[in-house]
Design a protein around this ligand. Structure first.
Ligand SMILES: Nc1ncnc2c1ncn2[C@@H]1O[C@H](COP(=O)(O)OP(=O)(O)OP(=O)(O)O)[C@@H](O)[C@H]1O
Length: 602
């Protein structure tokens, strides 16, 4: 038997929708004012499509009724709504007049048809009085969060436009206070092109009268640089060192990038203030500039990027990627200009923001060629620019990790050997690219174990006298996976140098974790170290025969003293190389110290 089929319609539970929006889509109840400002602006822009000379405005009034509630009246003299439009656009969630074919939708900020619902987060009723420019009749619409609404035609004279009345919900009064409304209007609407007046019945003010100079046409030729920087200071509270105008035809983007007066971290992405068609989208947009541009803070307006429904970010699409590239090019062109025409300013910038420039030079040949000379690197002879390094050396030596650099920086410095620490971000990549631009230089990666090989050997007689000591040292060091060596090197004050390979440093950290972790993980790590074959010695302690204490120790016939001294020198060498100590080594240090104290007291 065939069942009869019936057609039903989906229903929307409006209360549920409001909870969804307020709990998940909107970051705060404050956005209700943003949505009102956006609808008012869109309505004026729609009216201008009919009358290009029209100059619209928005006015807001706030007052408190004696019962503790507050009321906000929001009025625009935009296009208004007819009775039929009220039924369609206000009563159907998701309907928006701004996606209609007859409207030039690129003028509008709204598009999803849900923004007005944000008013229910702060008010139990939305009362809207509107008259369309195409109709003589004004309509009153009263919407409730339970999904019902009342509609009536109003008698009397009304000029075209829309007025919205909101009464504060219990607990949401603060969002209606004059000072809050003023701050929110400034924050969201400070850059809107139409005047926004705010009044509390006693005092009235235009809250967006003063605009930043860079929003004026031709500002680059007319505005004084100090005035631009001063405006940046007021906006972001920083004394920026310079600014760069930004422009991208794709996305119709314009704005300004201020150069930060302090070093910025790559990890903490700079957040920019971004506007969409003059309305603040967010003060925390991170993805509008390339990753390397962490030395600037921007204020940007776009007329042609797609906001997400929360209206706090942009869709990560191909257009956004192109905008990012164009804005990156503005910054890049500025740097190139400085390199060619204004070196003092470039040096000032590099002194603070060399990391950004390194990030850029790594991926861009032209910038590499332009900037590499002035970029600073840490070397065993102190901080030097690449130009200074190239002047002093024909062979460019570097270590690829900070650990390795720390192991050898003191000894290499003492032999007047320049070794660059390639352990910092971008540095090894920059060094490896050198031969591409300076083929006359040879690049050598230094392994700390190689350094000891270049030290002066002991004479046969000296070596014979040191054999007993070396045997004792080997016995002491064996449990620590370390073998003893003895050579002559500078600086004299250094008694011994601990060196190890990168893999062995890794294995030391595995061993330390093994000590601290639970038995299961420890056994996994154990099998890992076996797989790496790390049971054989992986470190080397090279004693310095030039050091007077070592020379004496080698000649001593007190084996017990020699053993204790080797333990302490080993731990000291580890600490000097910034190698963290494991439990066994900690014990060695503690016992050794106590032993010394005891000796002193005897
Ligand atoms: N002040 C106003 N003047 C004229 N029409 C308005 C006004 N406010 C709202 N509307 C009408 O109500 C519709 C729904 O508004 P709502 O704010 O919910 O969504 P939207 O602005 O279209 O899109 P979005 O959700 O992206 O903000 C609008 O498309 C518009 O037609």
């Amino acid at each position: 038997m065939q069942q009869e089929e019936s057609n039903y319609r989906f229903q929307v539970n409006l209360q549920g929708m409001i909870e969804l929006l307020s709990g998940h889509l909107y970051s705060s109840p404050r956005v209700y004012l943003r949505e009102l400002l956006q609808n008012g602006t869109d309505a004026i822009r729609a009216r201008i499509q009919h009358d290009p000379d029209y100059e619209g405005q928005i006015s807001i009034e706030v007052f408190s009724s004696g019962d503790g509630h507050h009321t906000l009246i929001f009025e625009d003299d935009g296009i208004g709504l007819s009775e039929a439009e009220v039924h369609t656009f206000l009563a159907i969630i998701g309907e928006s007049s701004k996606r209609r074919a007859e409207m030039r939708d690129s003028d509008f900020i709204g598009r999803f048809g849900i923004g007005l619902l944000s008013c229910f987060v702060v008010s139990d009723e939305i009362v809207l009085i509107t008259r369309s420019i195409h109709s003589d009749v004004a309509i009153e619409w009263r919407g409730k969060p339970d999904g019902t609404y009342l509609l009536r035609r109003l008698e009397g004279e009304f000029s075209p436009g829309t007025r919205i009345y909101l009464r504060s919900k219990l607990g949401f009064e603060e969002y209606f206070e004059r000072s809050t409304v003023r701050d929110l209007c400034r924050q969201y609407g400070g850059m809107l092109p139409f005047p926004i007046s705010l009044s509390d019945g006693m005092k009235s003010e235009i809250i967006n009268a003063v605009k930043p100079p860079w929003l004026l046409p031709d500002w680059q030729h007319t505005a004084a640089p100090e005035a631009v920087l001063e405006h940046g200071r007021q906006l972001f509270g920083e004394n920026f060192i310079d600014y760069i105008p930004l422009r991208s035809e794709i996305g119709d983007v314009s704005g300004i990038a201020f150069i930060l007066p302090h070093r910025a971290s790559i990890a903490a992405k700079t957040q920019h203030q971004v506007y969409l068609k003059g309305m603040l989208l967010s003060e925390h947009v991170e993805n509008i500039l390339p990753d390397w541009a962490f030395f600037v803070k921007c204020m940007i307006n776009t007329n042609d990027l797609m906001p997400t429904a929360s209206r706090e970010e942009f869709y990560e699409d191909a257009k956004l990627a192109q905008v990012r590239e164009s804005l990156g090019n503005c910054l890049r062109d500025y740097l190139v200009y400085l390199a060619e025409h204004d070196l003092p300013r470039l040096h000032k910038l590099i002194a603070i923001h060399f990391l950004s420039i390194k990030a850029l030079a790594v991926q861009d040949d032209q910038l590499y060629r332009l900037f590499i000379k002035w970029l600073p690197f840490e070397t065993s002879q102190g901080r030097l620019t690449m130009e200074q390094i190239l002047e002093l050396n024909t062979e460019i030596r570097f270590t690829s990790s900070l650990d390795e650099f720390r192991q050898i920086s003191r000894v290499t410095a003492a032999q007047s050997m320049c070794v660059i620490n390639g352990g910092y971000v971008f540095d090894t990549e920059l060094i490896l690219r050198l031969p591409q631009f300076f083929p006359q230089y040879e690049i050598v990666r230094i392994n700390p174990l190689d350094i000891t090989e270049s030290f002066e050997e002991l004479t046969i007689a000296e070596l014979q006298s040191a054999l007993a000591f070396l045997r004792t040292a080997d016995l002491v060091l064996q449990p620590f996976g370390c073998k003893a060596e003895i050579k002559k090197y500078l600086p004299l004050e250094l008694p011994a140098l601990y060196s190890t390979s990168e893999e062995a440093t890794f294995m030391r950290s595995v061993e330390r974790t093994q000590e601290q972790t639970n038995p299961l993980f420890a056994s996994i790590l154990e099998s890992l170290s076996q797989a790496f074959g790390m049971q054989t010695p992986h470190g080397q302690l090279c004693f310095n025969y030039h050091n007077p204490v070592i020379a004496k120790l080698v000649r001593s016939d007190n084996t017990a003293l020699q053993g204790k001294a080797v333990e302490m020198i080993y731990v000291q060498a580890l600490l000097m190389g910034h190698h963290p100590l494991n439990q066994q080594e900690m014990r060695l240090l503690n016992n050794g110290l106590l032993h010394l104290i005891e000796l002193g007291m005897r």
